[in-house]
Ligand binder design. Structure first.
Ligand SMILES: [Zn+2]
Length: 211
């Protein structure tokens, strides 16, 4: 016999204290570091000569451990409204990445009319997929991927790039045959010095949310 309890009613003793989402209130709470409000971001990574109006702005990004200490996840939330060659250079990540393509119609995410090309693998093993319907792609840790090209955008596309890493970054093969790890935390100020732009030094990655 399974004990029944009323899901609609919490026992009086368990009614938790309520917090509003100000920095002050969060600082006085135990779990406030786990709750982060999205800052508005303007696009700064646009190749020279490209118009920046291919996405709806301001944009929302979750920048991982920069924003929630100890997080092992970062994610973009972008709406593409025009064709754009987003990622031209092949790279790998130390952890899995998921790329999500949905329609941006708020009443039906399956309302999709775009043609996006995305390459998995490298050299002779490379395969290019044509994304013309709602799709999620897993890029396993270490797998080469890209280019990623939004070739036709007849209806707005909601695009999420979610990487299981505390900060967005990848491993790139340089033209001189060396490899380089590049990290990027967005156009945000340094967490410790508001007058300085984040240079992805990684100091904030050492923090834990408990302290
Ligand atoms: Zn990637």
């Amino acid at each position: 016999m399974v004990a029944k309890f009323d899901l609609r009613k919490l026992p009086e003793a368990n009614v938790p204290k309520k917090y509003i989402l100000t920095e002050e209130e969060k600082a006085n709470s135990k779990y406030g570091k786990l709750v982060f409000n999205f800052p508005q971001e303007e696009n700064e990574v646009v190749a020279e000569g490209d118009p920046p109006d291919y996405v709806v702005h301001p944009q929302a990004y979750f920048r991982g451990a920069r924003q929630i200490p100890g997080s092992e996840f970062n994610c973009s939330f972008q709406i593409f409204v025009k064709p754009f060659f987003l990622d031209r250079v092949q790279h790998r990540h130390p952890k899995d990445e998921y790329l999500i393509f949905l329609g941006a119609n708020s009443t039906n995410v399956f309302d999709f009319d775009a043609r996006i090309e995305f390459t998995l693998g490298k050299g002779e093993d490379a395969e290019t997929y044509i994304i013309d319907r709602p799709t999620i792609i897993r890029v396993p840790a270490g797998m080469y991927h890209c280019p990623l090209h939004f070739k036709e955008v007849n209806k707005p596309v909601m695009f999420l790039a979610a990487c299981m890493m505390p900060m967005f970054g990848g491993i790139y093969d340089m033209p001189d045959m060396t490899t380089r790890e590049l990290y990027y935390n967005g156009p945000l100020p340094c967490k410790y010095d508001e007058n300085k732009k984040c240079d992805a030094c990684g100091k904030c990655l050492q923090e834990t949310w408990e302290k």
